[in-house]
Design a protein. Structure first.
Length: 173
């Protein structure tokens, strides 16, 4: 039994039916990301939240560095480099989410030291943490697959388009 009287349950249901959620812009902004847990399945690469680690300029700098380092040629190689950047970005997010879950466990232990076994504090055992680890593994596979595909494309390009032989210079002195 929940300890709530039938009269209170009916009052709760009645109130819930009349609730329309936040109406003011401030209220809507406050609850905008209530459903966001870890952002690993977000459609957008950059989460629209205020965070030091989720800035468009940081992602753009990462992508520019990868383009400079991997030197893609053509749209297919460009796509793979972007896929590498996105996968790496999401992998970093997964690692932050996992460490956040562990930090939450530690905070809960400090609040309720007798309710938690200290030996389990740093182990990823909660449902959320295990889910994050699964996403992390999937993202790592995507990252490695994109890197492998890019390497194969670039090797194929180099083999099919060898550099022309150098013409010897003639010294007329």
């Amino acid at each position: 039994m929940s300890g709530t009287s039938p009269k209170q349950l009916e009052a709760n249901r009645s109130n819930a039916r009349r609730s329309t959620g936040p109406r003011t812009p401030a209220g809507k902004a406050h609850v905008k990301f209530n459903a966001l847990r870890h952002g690993l399945l977000a459609k957008s690469v950059i989460l629209p939240i205020r965070s030091r680690s989720e800035k468009r300029s940081h992602f753009d700098a990462l992508l520019a560095q990868l383009i400079d380092e991997l030197k893609p040629v053509g749209i297919l190689e460009d796509m793979l480099v972007e896929k590498i950047a996105v996968s790496y970005w999401r992998l970093r997010r997964a690692l932050r989410a996992e460490s956040g879950e562990i930090c939450d466990k530690i905070r809960n232990f400090r609040r309720y030291p007798y309710a938690t076994d200290p030996a389990t504090l740093a182990l990823p055992s909660s449902r959320n943490t295990l889910k994050i680890v699964r996403y992390q593994n999937a993202i790592e596979r995507q990252l490695h697959r994109a890197i492998t595909q890019l390497q194969r494309l670039q090797e194929h390009r180099c083999l099919s388009d060898p550099a022309p032989p150098e013409t010897p210079s003639i010294d007329t002195n």
